[in-house]
Design a protein around this ligand. Structure first.
Ligand SMILES: Nc1ncnc2c1ncn2[C@@H]1O[C@H](COP(=O)(O)OP(=O)(O)OP(=O)(O)O)[C@@H](O)[C@H]1O
Length: 259
């Protein structure tokens, strides 16, 4: 299930604006990779280009390659909808479908894919996905109540359960804890560490302690100046990036001297 992602000379544009320049990196399976860097350096843009969400914005496009276990996701023969099914995404603000029950939220992706499943298969999938997101025990007695009635942290775990219900290869997380309190944040961080056993996980975070706690590898992005494209400055094991980076810009950012 977990797959390797390679970004090859990836340049990302919003119309004429060159947002991110020449990213080359390999994101390992069964690991958590964190994207860090100051605001506007392109972390979310790179993340969204991995599952072809970037191009849904008018005029937005990429040049270069994104390979998933060697398959170029931007090949003309590849359907972007299928890409998004294999590469799930969790956003900053928990976004369960508000009118749907907890159960229906989990099944939404499967129904969108037009996969026919029996009642008992659906029950099993709901339980399995909620267990996978460490939410089952808290909601098993109220599966038919609206997802929007859960706490923020529970809603975010519901969104993670919804994302894993379609058996993706990769989970992309864009600041998944930024709207959560510290206790819910720790619950999501514990979950992220478990999810990497099964999925390739990529997380954008502004919280350096979080990157240090959850990730195996860290990519530091930076901007030379406003209006310039963001660049990948340094990428390596989290331990090294945080304690012995090669680049001065990385060290300055990590130690809080800028950004
Ligand atoms: N929809 C858009 N249209 C045009 N430009 C955009 C759009 N979204 C982002 N940008 C620009 O692309 C650049 C990178 O933005 P992005 O959101 O990827 O940065 P980021 O590192 O994730 O920032 P933050 O940490 O603040 O979320 C910025 O200059 C931003 O203004």
């Amino acid at each position: 299930m977990s797959k390797r992602i390679e970004l090859k000379d990836l340049n990302i544009f919003y119309g004429k604006f060159h947002a991110v320049k020449s990213v080359n990196m390999t994101i390992e399976p069964r690991a958590v990779t964190a994207f860090i860097g100051s605001s506007g350096c392109g972390k979310s843009t790179v993340l969204r280009s991995i599952n072809r969400m970037h191009e849904v914005i008018d005029g937005a496009y990429v040049e270069g390659q994104v390979l998933l276990d060697g398959v170029d996701l931007y090949d003309k023969a590849v359907d972007p909808v299928r890409v998004r099914r294999h590469i799930g995404m969790v956003f900053q603000r928990p976004n369960p479908f508000p009118t749907m029950s907890i159960r229906e939220n989990i099944l939404a992706g499967v129904r969108l894919n037009n996969t026919k499943i029996s009642r008992s298969e659906a029950d099993e999938l709901v339980e399995q996905s909620l267990r996978g997101a460490n939410l089952w025990n808290e909601v098993k007695d109220r599966l038919d109540r609206p997802g929007s009635g859960l706490s923020g942290g529970q809603q975010q775990r519901l969104c993670i359960a919804r994302a894993i219900a379609v058996s993706p290869d990769v989970l992309l997380m864009d600041e998944p804890c930024s709207a959560l309190d510290p206790i819910s944040t720790l619950a999501i961080e514990d979950l992220i560490k478990e999810l990497k056993e099964t999925y390739t996980v990529v997380i954008v975070t502004h919280n350096m302690q979080q990157a240090a706690r959850v990730s195996d590898s860290t990519a530091f992005f930076n901007l030379k100046a406003h209006g310039q494209p963001g660049e990948l400055i340094e990428y390596g094991p989290t331990e090294k990036i945080f304690h012995n980076p090669d680049q001065k810009a990385t060290e300055d950012y990590i130690t809080g001297r800028f950004g």
